[in-house]
Design a protein around this ligand. Structure first.
Ligand SMILES: Nc1ncnc2c1ncn2[C@@H]1O[C@H](COP(=O)(O)OP(=O)(O)OP(=O)(O)O)[C@@H](O)[C@H]1O
Length: 269
């Protein structure tokens, strides 16, 4: 079943007298419970597309349907994790997580919200950090809180815009493993539909069922690439397989094709 239908989306930004077409005729569907990454060179419109899925940006033309209905703005079935942790600095970790719950589970009491917040902080390895403020946490810890907040909201769809882009290499690997473990679950829970924007090819292959490669000027879908690697996935085993190398090589060739013109132009300057 299609969870998300992106139907011929175009987006033009207008700034003063100038206009810029960021997206052109973007169409693809995302299945219920599918993990889809959007990847492509800088400026190809990945964040713009995610903003449209979030409901904060209206496309200039085209439609996005979720569960078969046109979206009219942000909705309770979607939660978002950004690159910058977007935590409220004046709230403790548990209150940041509980705040997200207030919007989607208004029937819970304050005490119940804080309890649930702590359950999710525990899931992301922050059982002891509930009373800490963002200023007292590392970037990696803050991003765990942001993930806990999104997961605690228990929305059907999780939109993630380069969520590990601002953390160091070691924490990036740890957070990728954590997300993979939480999303794959133990096979008994219903999987969330995830749309994950990244620049990192290996991250996209490790996590995704399918990768949407975009290209720039204007932003459009270049190719959809299936990632039929078995789950649960193990990074160290995966990278040794021929299938992994094939997918990686295909993506790198597409990337290079997209940026070659720019490299050639700069070489002539
Ligand atoms: N509010 C805006 N007004 C005008 N132009 C914009 C606006 N937001 C984005 N753009 C332009 O639209 C294009 C796509 O931007 P977007 O941030 O969606 O790309 P991206 O693929 O996410 O880039 P990156 O990987 O660098 O984050 C870029 O050229 C950008 O400069």
């Amino acid at each position: 079943m299609n969870k998300i239908e992106i139907d011929n989306i175009s987006l033009t930004y207008h700034t003063g007298k100038t206009s810029f077409q960021a997206l052109s005729n973007v169409s693809f569907n995302i299945q219920d419970g599918e993990f889809v990454s959007i990847i492509g060179s800088s400026g190809c419109g990945k964040s713009s597309l995610l903003g449209i899925l979030e409901g904060l940006t209206a496309p200039t033309s085209g439609q996005v349907r979720i569960n078969g209905k046109d979206i009219q703005g942000p909705g309770k079935e979607r939660s978002v994790v950004f690159q910058q942790y977007a935590l409220f600095p004046w709230m403790t970790a548990e209150k940041n997580v509980a705040f997200g719950l207030k919007q989607v589970k208004p029937d819970l009491s304050r005490k119940e919200r804080l309890e649930l917040a702590n359950v999710y902080l525990q899931k992301v390895g922050l059982a002891e950090a509930g009373k800490k403020y963002p200023r007292d946490m590392s970037g990696g810890m803050q991003q765990r809180v942001a993930i806990a907040r999104a997961l605690a909201m228990d929305t059907e769809i999780l939109l993630m815009d380069e969520p590990f882009g601002a953390v160091d290499a070691k924490n990036r690997v740890i957070l990728q493993e954590l997300l993979l473990k939480l999303w794959e679950g133990d096979g008994n829970q219903k999987k969330k539909t995830v749309v994950f924007v990244t620049h990192d090819v290996d991250e996209a292959i490790l996590l995704s069922d399918r990768i949407i490669m975009m290209k720039a000027n204007p932003g459009q879908v270049n190719k959809e690439i299936k990632v039929p690697l078995p789950r649960p996935r193990n990074r160290s085993e995966l990278v040794k397989t021929q299938e992994y190398s094939q997918i990686r090589n295909e993506i790198m060739a597409l990337f290079f094709g997209d940026i070659k013109e720019k490299i050639d132009q700069e070489a002539m300057i």
